[in-house]
Ligand binder design. Structure first.
Ligand code: ATP
Length: 236
């Protein structure tokens, strides 16, 4: 059984259908990318997966549980964790306090501390700045905090919404390296990205979303070679 199974999912904002009946799945251990133009419905899809937005139809089964069975405040404890677009860090807290917030529901203090050390190994920049208020960090550093904080939640399925947004190319590369490292540690991931080329290069599979529908899906390698994808999303 897939870790995540989405069937005929529909989402409407008032009279506007943002998601028009999509089907997709993510298997344990997979890294899957969802690409699509602005307004295609990608963020809405992620928000619906974590219960921030209520679907108007269809079903979401995560880890064998149907949507509605886990209260939305409890998704993190069940391992479904999202790093939102714009990072969603606590700007008035320090780097280290932000990381600790990721573990707010855990009591295994020693393990938490060693995982914070592990995040500092992945992101030495954060170690240097552990006492700095997160709101004063650069965009790339804030993205690192957001990803580090998500790691402290011990995710089973990590949803990343546009992690490369607004970052310099060199930082984008670093963020993608980290995404691959997290994947190697066995975390299943759904990545939404404007940077379709990089995202597909690190993924096993991908889906293309257009105007609320999934119009293509398959191995990332095939999408990278597909002429329609190349023209529309890879700038070729
Ligand atoms: P982007 O890449 O620009 O973030 P996206 O694919 O993530 O785009 P969504 O943010 O999911 O797209 O938006 C899908 C559609 O739903 C858009 O037309 C958007 O204007 C609309 N929409 C999103 N949030 C709301 C809301 N809270 N109320 C009304 N309409 C909304």
């Amino acid at each position: 059984m897939s870790l995540l199974e989405v069937k005929n999912l529909q989402v409407a904002y008032g009279g506007i259908q943002a998601v028009k009946g999509i089907d997709f799945h993510i298997d344990q251990g997979e890294l899957v990318t969802l690409i699509g133009a602005n307004g295609a419905g990608k963020t809405t899809t992620l928000k619906t997966l974590i219960g921030m937005v209520k679907p108007s139809g269809g079903s979401i089964t995560y880890d064998g549980k149907l949507n509605g069975t886990i209260p939305s405040y409890d998704y993190v404890r069940h391992g479904l964790v999202m790093v939102p677009e714009g990072r969603g860090i606590f700007s008035k807290l320090t780097v280290e306090e932000n990381l600790q917030m990721g573990a707010y529901y855990r009591n295994d203090k020693a393990a938490i501390q060693s995982e914070i050390e592990r995040v500092y190994e992945l992101f030495p920049r954060l170690k240097e700045r552990y006492k700095q208020l997160a709101g004063t960090l650069s965009g790339g550093e804030q993205q690192m905090v957001a990803m580090g904080r998500a790691m402290l939640s011990k995710p089973k399925l990590l949803l990343l919404d546009e992690p490369s947004m607004g970052l310099a190319p060199i930082i984008v590369e670093k963020i993608f390296e980290i995404i691959q490292m997290i994947a190697k540690e066995g975390v299943t991931m759904l990545l939404v990205e404007q940077n379709a080329k990089l995202a597909l290069e690190v993924s096993q599979r991908g889906y293309v979303m257009e105007s609320g529908r999934i119009t293509m899906g398959g191995p990332a390698r095939e999408l990278l070679d597909d002429e329609r994808v190349r023209n529309a999303y890879l700038g070729e």
